[in-house]
Design a protein around this ligand. Structure first.
Ligand code: GLU
Length: 446
């Protein structure tokens, strides 16, 4: 059986870490099985959905490498949803209700004081034609509710195992609003049937929804997908995602200079039994993915981990993979430069500072007590710098000046780079070249 899954964002904002994780899990599951990944744009809410957000979502997914095989918009399919609604009406499963939201509020308050659950009283079901006509005459427009069976719906969830939702504890869900617009519930089922979705993979905030939606699936067709509800993301302290993290968008992470693969490595591993670490490619992430590895505990999202993973990825990143990015940042130096500095940066943008350090004119930083030593070191430096120069040179200096360890190396590092920390000095010296190195050792701008 071909796996067909979908990611169904609403274009009412940009993608954030939570919904990207859902997209990623769908994608990984499909890719590993050679199936089909559908991007469905849930834009039934015409007022809040915008083309810009839709384009932004598509840009974010493309940037992350989450390519889709097909995409469509719900707003282009209203006739299909109307048809499904007509079928439900004809079967007595979709009924008109005329309560205003104030009336419903009052009902719920009353139920609360009576210690009853706030479940809709189904008054709409027993309205006579005359009563309905009287409401219409008053200018009221009906909203439409799906009649739940009142039985317990069960399914085997790929993450949560046996699940059951007692539909007698739920209000019959509103499928169509008073203004005739569709809520997400029915269009989603109609589309999942039509696209033959085999797996509905989404966050566990949809579990109760699934109870009602399964009854709608059964009312409309013989097709029923398998469900997987993944635990929600929480912050590193185990509490719900802070407002800031919850809305942390891909756009921001991209602007902050994170690698898409770092984001996918982290989001693909948190909440699973695998170690949280940088993975070399999306293919490897897909191979390693499995629902059996996803636990019931919430997945902890920690920005610091993202930074570590980002750095880790750069340490092994070949020049070819980063060339364009370096060029866009105007960072010169080429492959030799990249190979030297990549293990000392956590983001590609940090390479700009190293490029300035190595290639822009600057004076070496020399403490007074090291001035003589550095000048002597400049004298002792050969004009032709090779791979072995650093160790030969410092071995000579060690003997001649009776210096070792930090007192030997630190003045040289500071004079040559202006910094106390950085990549290995052998390759740095080679990148600088003898002329620049000598000048900096003598305190000159070079
Ligand atoms: N548009 C829905 C949401 O973002 C989709 C849920 C689903 O995957 O069915 O919550």
């Amino acid at each position: 059986m071909e796996v067909i899954a979908r990611f169904a964002p609403s274009p009412t904002g940009r993608l954030h870490v939570g919904n990207v994780r859902t997209a990623l899990i769908n994608w990984l599951y499909v890719r590993e099985r050679g199936g089909k990944f559908i991007l469905r744009i849930d834009d039934t809410d015409l007022e809040r959905s915008t083309n810009d957000y839709e384009q932004g979502i598509k840009d974010d997914l493309s940037w992350l490498g989450l390519n889709w095989d097909e995409t469509f918009n719900q707003s282009h399919r209203f006739p299909m949803y109307e048809e499904a609604a007509d079928k439900l009406r004809a079967d007595g499963l979709l009924y008109a209700c005329y309560e205003t939201s104030e009336e419903l509020d009052r009902q719920r308050k009353l139920q609360r004081v009576q210690g009853k659950p706030p479940v809709y009283n189904r008054a709409g079901l027993s309205l006579t034609d005359e009563e309905k006509a009287a409401f219409e005459k008053e200018g009221r427009k009906p909203h439409w509710r799906f009649k739940l069976s009142g039985k317990t719906v069960t399914w085997r969830d790929m993450v949560r195992g046996e699940q059951s939702v007692d539909t007698s504890s739920l209000s019959d869900p509103v499928l169509i609003r008073g203004d005739g617009s569709f809520l997400y519930t029915l269009p989603s089922v109609v589309d999942d049937i039509e696209a033959k979705i085999t797996h509905v993979i989404r966050g566990e905030d949809h579990v109760t929804n699934s109870g009602a939606q399964i009854e709608i699936f059964q009312a409309l067709s013989d097709h029923l997908p398998t469900f997987a509800h993944t635990p929600l993301l929480v912050g590193k302290d185990g509490k719900g995602l802070s407002k800031r993290l919850g809305s942390l968008s891909m756009e921001e992470l991209r602007e902050q200079g994170f690698e898409p693969l770092a984001i996918c490595s982290l989001l693909g591993k948190i909440g699973t039994s695998d170690p949280i670490e940088a993975r070399p490619s999306m293919e490897v992430l897909a191979e390693e993915f499995g629902f059996d590895k996803i636990g019931r505990a919430p997945a902890r999202f920690d920005e610091e981990e993202l930074l570590l993973i980002n750095g880790r990825l750069l340490h092994d990143m070949p020049y070819e993979a980063v060339k364009e990015h370096l060029e866009s940042l105007n960072v010169g130096g080429g492959e030799d430069f990249w190979n030297v500095i990549r293990s000392n940066i956590t983001k590609v943008v940090d390479s700009a500072a190293w490029s300035t350090t190595l290639y822009s004119p600057m004076p070496g930083v020399i403490d007074d007590e090291d001035r003589e030593f550095c000048a002597a070191a400049a004298n002792a430096l050969p004009d032709d710098i090779t791979d072995g120069t650093w160790s030969d040179w410092t071995n000579t200096l060690k003997v001649d000046h009776a210096r070792k360890g930090k007192t030997l190396y630190m003045p040289l590092r500071k004079a040559l780079t202006g910094r106390e920390r950085g990549p290995e000095m052998g390759p740095i010296l080679k990148l600088l070249g003898a002329e620049k190195a000598k000048a900096r050792l003598c305190g000159e701008v070079a």
